[in-house]
Design a protein around this ligand. Structure first.
Ligand code: S3P
Length: 188
């Protein structure tokens, strides 16, 4: 089994896509690319500002353009925004040359991890838990449809999730290969 060209992380807000993505990239010897952060850099404004000025539709357009750009990347772990699965055209872009990993997380964990966050416009209202529940009902089937690997993250440290992911994605990472070479061992 050879390494996937890209690993794409999908899942809801608060699933840990960025934290886990960064660690996983380091482990695989890949670059870490975060779709939301790249949209912000490209636009010179943060996500709340984009939602405010251009509406969610404007953000979704930028997101599709970014996913198209990221589809051509190799040797990269890509973290996506929770709504990346909402446009059907995005699904093909997410899957292109990639192993797609769904970081599945309970509503309780999502609520806990997003509680103090002011950077997620969809949750800036009186009942973020109700929003997370309704988004889950719509999006969970889409995440599952697109995923090659479903990884539960509840009650697991990011490090443990990454260790389990490395084994699922490919047990022989570049790091391990270097180790093998140093030790003068060979593998197919
Ligand atoms: C969104 C999730 C956010 C961000 C935007 C919209 C969503 O990303 O893309 O606020 O629709 O679920 P995270 O999943 O990284 O929080």
């Amino acid at each position: 089994m050879s390494l996937p060209k890209r690993v794409v992380l999908v899942g809801p807000m608060g699933a840990g896509k960025s934290t886990i993505g960064r660690l996983l990239a380091r482990e695989l010897g890949y670059r870490f690319l975060d779709s939301d952060r790249m949209i912000e850099e490209r636009c010179g404004a943060n996500i709340p500002w984009i939602f405010d000025v251009e509406g969610e539709a404007g953000f979704r357009q930028r997101e599709t353009a970014m996913l198209a750009e990221l589809a051509g990347e190799t040797e990269a772990v890509v973290a996506t925004g929770g709504g990346a699965v909402m446009r059907s055209e995005n699904l093909a872009l997410l899957k292109q040359n990639a192993v797609v990993v769904y970081l599945k997380t309970s509503i309780d964990q999502q609520v806990e991890r997003t509680r103090k966050d002011r950077n997620r416009p969809l949750l800036q209202n009186d009942d973020p838990e109700a929003i997370l529940r309704s988004l889950f009902a719509i999006r969970d089937p889409l995440y599952r449809q697109i995923a090659d690997v479903v990884m539960h993250t509840d009650r697991k440290s990011p490090r443990l999730v990454v260790r389990q992911l490395v084994n699922r994605v490919n047990p022989r990472t570049p790091k391990h290969r270097r180790q093998f070479r140093k030790e003068g061992r060979h593998h197919a």
